[in-house]
Design a binder for this molecule. Structure first.
Ligand code: HEC
Ligand code: HEC
Length: 383
């Protein structure tokens, strides 16, 4: 065994502070600080889906690869990387600039701002339950085939963070708290892009939500269709509208696409935002296949109520606008998802409001405030 002579407590000058001010960054307990690996998911995450086309339980859709299981140390290292502004070309932004915990790791801005103030091409995606996208592809257009591949792309994006893999590795190496963390996670202190990717992917996969009002109600009944005892009448009515298939009364088929207990997509799809010609070909631009044109991956609806703007182009500013779109403005694109091809949805004012009320029960305050997902560089009272 190697004797560790260096104390893993380092002084770190924080950008947000005045130049003289030093904040002690104590990472000595980082490997056991939080539980990321042994999560007790609720029973309904193990139950077969009763909505949508697929019957898999949430846990069966977990896209964690065998070579990168979540560990407490690895995910926490990922958290430090996620919040580290030194990993952008001018030390101004981090992943968390565009993926903020209080909004379910999305960005309230329509387009996010990169390190030089430039705007991203699309609206930022919420990361809540991103782990449960079974196809395992990432971005609205699914251009990253795994999460491990995805997490290195923002660094190298000329608008977002402006780094190369070489400058990224260097920026990690230069900071005193990292070698100890890399050694603990990977067995030696070498910093590589691959190791950065593994740790970041672990952190992103650790961001899970299962403690909303929905989950509290779901735990008290035998299946998702039953009225929840903790819901208001309006919320239960909204849930029914959400769950019903399009061929039933009030049914608009939301749950056919936003499937199962994680209310997440199972493939890229089209929800009628634009008729041909569209401004963004989405997945079609990646595959070159016509049937993929204008189809987009869609994130889990968990924590949808705290997001400020919706869809890949951020065109809607409220859940009510989203619901009104599905009722009134669905365009007939040739790749329009089948449940939406029925064009005579006519939910009343109170039915639309009920649907919104239901969507708001998916907010999980414990996830949105949990310190294990929060900025490790901000110490209490340091402001
Ligand atoms: C400047 C803003 C910005 C920064 C910085 C940023 N992102 Fe993103 N992120 C976005 C936008 C915008 C998208 C959607 C882009 C697209 O699909 O074309 C996105 C998408 C993603 C997705 C895809 C989610 C899904 O379900 O498919 C993940 C994961 C992600 N970002 C993680 C990260 C990580 C990790 C970092 C830091 C290394 C990071 N982001 C830095 C803006 C940003
Ligand atoms: C045909 C499948 C389909 C159906 C049915 C459907 N959606 Fe969607 N939904 C999508 C797709 C695809 C997107 C992403 C579209 C985009 O950004 O291009 C989306 C996006 C959303 C978003 C925004 C997500 C985000 O992160 O910005 C919300 C909210 C939403 N849908 C709610 C609903 C509700 C409520 C219903 C029922 C009235 C519904 N959806 C029915 C496919 C569907």
């Amino acid at each position: 065994m190697t004797l560790r002579t260096l104390s893993p407590i380092f002084a770190l000058s924080l950008f947000a502070c005045t130049q003289e001010e030093k904040v002690t960054l104590d990472v000595s307990n980082f490997a056991t600080e939080f539980n990321y690996a042994n999560i007790e998911f609720p029973e309904h995450f193990y139950a077969d889906s009763t909505s949508g086309r697929h019957l898999e339980s949430v846990m069966e859709t977990d896209n964690t690869p065998e070579n990168n299981p979540i560990t407490d140390a690895g995910a926490n290292l990922g958290r430090y990387l996620f919040y580290d502004v030194n990993l952008s070309a001018n030390q101004t932004i981090s992943c968390s600039s565009c993926h903020q915990q209080e909004t379910g790791f999305s960005d309230p801005r329509v387009l996010s701002l990169g390190f030089e103030g430039g705007e991203t091409g699309r609206h930022s995606m919420a990361l809540t339950n991103a782990r449960f996208y079974q196809p395992g592809m990432y971005f609205w257009d699914q251009r990253a085939t795994t999460l491990e591949e995805q997490v290195l792309m923002p660094f190298q994006d000329s608008v977002e963070m402006g780094m190369t893999l070489e400058t990224l590795v260097q920026a990690v190496e230069e900071q005193e708290h990292y070698p100890f963390m890399f050694e603990t996670v990977f067995g030696d202190s070498e910093v590589t892009a691959e190791r950065i990717s593994l740790a970041l992917a672990q952190f992103v996969r650790s961001i899970v939500s299962f403690e909303s009002k929905y989950d509290e109600g779901r735990a008290q009944v035998s299946d998702a269709w039953a009225d929840f005892p903790n819901y208001t009448e309006e919320e239960n009515f909204g849930k029914e509208i959400f769950m019903q298939t399009p061929n039933t009364q009030n049914g608009v088929g939301c749950a056919v696409c936003h499937e199962g207990e994680a209310m997440i997509g199972w493939a890229a799809n089209n929800n009628g935002l634009e008729a041909v010609p569209v401004t963004d070909l989405g997945y079609g631009a990646i595959t070159g296949v016509n049937a993929d044109n204008a189809t987009f991956k869609f994130p889990s609806l968990r924590n949808i109520g705290v997001r400020g703007t919706f869809m890949h182009d951020g065109r809607f500013a409220s859940l009510r606008e989203v619901v009104d779109h599905y009722m009134d403005t669905v365009e007939d694109h040739p790749n329009l998802g089948i449940p939406l091809s029925r064009h005579d949805f006519d939910l009343t004012e109170s039915e639309r409001e009920a649907l919104v009320a239901f969507l708001e029960t998916l907010t999980d305050d414990s996830m949105l405030t949990d310190p294990k997902y929060a900025n490790p560089y901000v110490t209490v009272g340091a402001e």
